[in-house]
Design a protein around this ligand. Structure first.
Ligand code: G1P
Length: 305
């Protein structure tokens, strides 16, 4: 069996960001910053670290800022250069996509994640590819991004591979959930997948986090445009069909997920990434401790009353 390399990654970024209104009325949710960079940059960097060469954004109306973010900005760059702001200039230059690396296509209607991925079928062509959901940030050790960890396993196993983590039983209805089979080294056989099951129906508590390595045959299943949970065309349903004919594994990873598409997860992500920042980390820690003291003080006053 030849294992074909993963060169392309698909980023579904057409979502309306309704969990974050009104902040996301005019601004794409993928442009919300966690520490010093927007969500989309975090996940593009994760993909670069995993060796991805082609970046495919599935966009929609009002998402132009996303392509601007990765393009040259001559006026800004020359101003930073003239002012000797070399370290910021380097950060800007590092994020600019080389010619021929960024591809964009639109999902005209919000028909579901499966439909969004199907929109990439022509751009992906007949080769395996990665899918990264930008809402979910996975904080890992430097150089050990979640997709990189997956590519390392995929290069041994081939087939399809998803990253998973356990969630509390009462929360399984927010995720794709795995029916797990045999464990083969780092890979866990996937026997079935179900999108957002009720807690009593879920085959396990093993949730799909939003990182996938997929074979192109997934497009055959997606092109049936069958509606699933929530009346949407679900990626999970197409994957459940793919399992019947192809090798399909799950893996656990080293790192912590942050659901940055939710307000609470976003605040938590900003604390986690801020604490780790070499420039401001120590001050962020001090701030958090100050808040914690204040809150404890208020609790003590309330308890004494
Ligand atoms: C999507 C997927 C789901 C996955 C989740 C991870 O759901 O459909 O299988 O578990 O992302 O965040 P969404 O969050 O878009 O409802």
């Amino acid at each position: 069996m030849t294992i074909r390399p993963i060169r392309k990654a698909v980023f579904p970024v057409a979502g309306l960001g309704t969990r974050f209104l009104p902040a996301t009325k005019a601004m794409p949710k993928e442009m919300l910053p966690v520490n010093d960079r927007p969500l989309i940059q975090h996940v593009v960097e994760e993909a670069k670290e995993a060796g991805i060469e082609e970046f495919i954004f599935i966009t929609g109306r009002h998402k132009e800022l996303l392509e601007e973010h990765f393009d040259e900005h001559p006026e800004l760059q020359s101003t930073l250069k003239a002012r000797g702001k070399d370290s910021v200039l380097k950060k800007i230059e590092d994020l600019i996509m080389p010619a021929g690396a960024l591809f964009l296509t639109r999902q005209p209607k919000p028909l579901g994640l499966g439909h969004a991925i199907w929109c990439a079928s022509k751009l992906v062509g007949n080769e395996p590819f990665a899918v990264i959901l930008p809402d979910v940030l996975v904080k890992t050790a430097k150089g050990e991004g979640c997709l990189k960890q997956m590519v390392d396993v995929y290069n041994e196993t081939g087939g399809n591979l998803i990253a998973v983590e356990d969630v509390p039983r009462e929360e399984v209805n927010k995720y794709g959930i795995v029916s797990p089979g045999a464990i083969r080294g780092k890979a866990i056989e996937v026997k079935g997948l179900v999108e957002k099951p009720e807690p009593e129906d879920a085959p396990s508590e093993m949730s799909v986090i939003g990182r996938y390595i997929l074979q192109p045959e997934v497009f055959d299943h997606l092109s049936a445009f069958e509606k699933g949970a929530g009346g949407e065309i679900q990626l999970t349903d197409a994957l459940d069909k793919l399992i019947k004919t192809q090798l399909f594994n799950a893996m656990r990873f080293n790192g912590k997920t942050h659901d940055s598409g939710s307000r609470l997860g976003f605040i938590q992500a900003n604390m986690a990434y801020g604490l780790d920042d070499p420039e401001i980390g120590a001050r962020v820690e001090q701030l958090i401790l100050e808040y914690a003291d204040q809150i404890k003080g208020q609790h003590n006053v309330a308890a004494a009353e």
